[in-house]
Design a protein around this ligand. Sequence first.
Ligand code: 3HC
Ligand code: NAI
Length: 692
Amino acid sequence: MAAINSVADLALHGDVAVLTINSPPVNALSAVVRDGLKRGVEAANADANSKAIVLICAGRTFIAGADISEFGKPPTPPFLPEVLDTIENAAKPVVAAIHGTALGGGFEVALTAHYRIAAPSAKFGLPEVKLGLIPGAGGTQRLPRLIGVEKALDVILSGAPFDAASAKDWGVIDALAEEGKLLDGALAYARRLVDESAPLRKVRALEDKIRAARGKPEIFEAIRKANARKFRGFEAWLKAIEAVKNAVDLPFDEGVAAERRMFMDLLGTTQSKAQRYVFFAERQAAKIPDVPEDTATRPIRSVGVIGAGTMGGGIVMNFLNAGTPATIVETSREALDRGLSIIRKNYENTAKKGRLTQADVEQRMALLSGTLDLGALADKDLIIEAVFEDMAVKKEVFAKLDALAKPGAILASNTSYLNIDEIAATTKRPQDVLGAHFFSPANIMRLLEIVRGEKTAKDVIATAMKVAKKIGKVGVLVGVCRGFVGNRMLAQRQREANKLIIEGATPWDVDRVLYDFGLPMGPFAMSDLAGLDIGWSREKSSSSTIREILCERGRRGQKTGAGFYDYDEQRNARPSALVEEIIAEFAAKKGVNRRVVSDEEILERCLYPMINEGAKILEEGKALRASDIDVVWINGYGWPVYRGGPMFYADTIGLKRVLDKMKAFQAAMGDDFKPAALLERLAESGGAFTGG
Ligand code: 3HC
Ligand code: NAI
């Protein structure tokens, strides 16, 4: 065994050279890995004793891609294209032996090998679009040559990994090894190639899979059309389509050169910077300075959920999906049956779309039991309360849980706004209590705000973070304050949106501006969807807000066919002249002189106070870092990932500008716009929230 460098070793197994890359955690293509690959293949190629070369990785995975942390820094040689040329131009067969995840540049390395063999559990993919990029090392040119334009674009545009069985089916890999015996399989395969004098098969030379699309721009146009909605606001995907079109229309080397140019251009865009920042931000969120990674966690083998309403039902599905048995508790048979049937219906709908089999549905439902007896939760490891948002009701539930839950059980509340410490204080075990704030629909939205109470034990936090990961959520640790991180900032936006429509903007103006910014919908469309009557009661209603007036007139949102908007049978929204009248009348009564409100003002009034609130949250230590706030907004509220979250966005426009605007608004409209001390400090010192 000869060391090529600190991460690459070359060894001769009989007449097959084995080049092993070992650069934890994921063998990313850092400069040293590129160097190891290039010099390793050169050495093996030059060694007269070897007749074939196996390229394999140690540790948990084959190369998982370019080293994202190197992007944006001055490039260091050897550059990836040279490395790939070295592999592809080797004079003896190179076999890539793949386990774990061959992603991005890693998959592209494998595509330059002459043959590929993989462990059955291996996964492949080109996730670059998720980073605001396109594959930049030949992926857009080689993959279509292997599997055709449509499939290749599916892989590239979805960014989703595919498994080894599909890879084999499609001809991406040539052979499957036995699980756990990849090296043996690869050696045997390489020897067979040598024995058979197999040709050096270069993917770049293949033509038959792309020929069909040549001279047919309509294929690409159709793919553009089909994806336009999904990629609203994103830049990279169109370049990916262009690059694959080049694969069909241009000679290979020209296609590769064009791909590289587009890749380099995209690297410099704010979108890609934002998306790369989010990649690391999501991983950073899992790190809690005073709860080290090796903190022992409590085993969670069974879960109880209290309340089978909108949230309880969604929450429990996460656990069933992860194979954890769960019990859901309600107060009436009717509510329980309704809750259970909605869960089943949700699964059935997924099955209808072909994303679950009927057996999967039954398997999940078999893990679920429903009861009216809270006592059934006595042996549960984790209990999540999702009853009405009412402190008295929550306190009663937690007092009962304290009396019946087994020692060491974790007691969590899904409250949106209420004080976790006050809830914990009703128990004799506040160290076991925390907030687990899911977002609606709870089985889909990736965010989980984990609310740390004053007394929450460290192992409870560590366990909650681990559970979040297990059920496919991004857990973000937040502190106790009204609305925690997400809803506390949302309240700022909602206040301004409500003020803006009195001052002269229409609800559709506000919604349009925020939609065009990249959010999935504006605040008024959102209110209509959720129902305007959440928390509203006829008895207490006094026509004191537009929302109250609309509820009083029976306009309760989409479900009643009218809210801020009018809705047709298909729930398509139309602006309502009546609502404009209602608003104008209301404004007149309040003595407001209505004016034209610019789109720019709408955007700044809605977003800057949110950013300012984010700064206060940081000052108060209610979030650990600005990037955690961004992770909350991206995963819980649909903030466009290409804008990196509100705090990253603030940095991209400049904190000085945000501060100046907040001061101007404050002078004109009062202390709703009082700048946070942290914003002032950073803006004045030329600092940034994220350093992104
Ligand atoms: N570059 C740098 N660091 C990376 C990395 C990469 N490509 N991929 C993962 N890491 C780091 C993570 O930041 C994390 O670091 P930490 O422990 O300090 O937080 C560590 O590796 C482990 O990562 P995960 O926590 O994500 O581990 P998982 O086991 O859950 O997932 C994975 C592993 C599936 C490989 C996942 O990390 C992943 O999806 N990585 C990104 C893959 C990717 O996007 N590759 C394409 C890059 S762009 C490219 O290749 C351009 C090319 O076309 C030229
Ligand atoms: P919901 O009204 O749909 O469901 C609450 C359910 O709890 C009802 O089915 C009710 O019968 C049941 N319930 C009430 N008291 C109970 C008790 N003592 N024991 C057992 N069951 C009881 O309400 P929703 O929307 O699911 O909200 C639940 C909690 O989740 C609230 O704290 C809310 O603030 C929070 N939340 C709601 C979100 C949303 O978008 N709806 C988002 C995030 C959190």
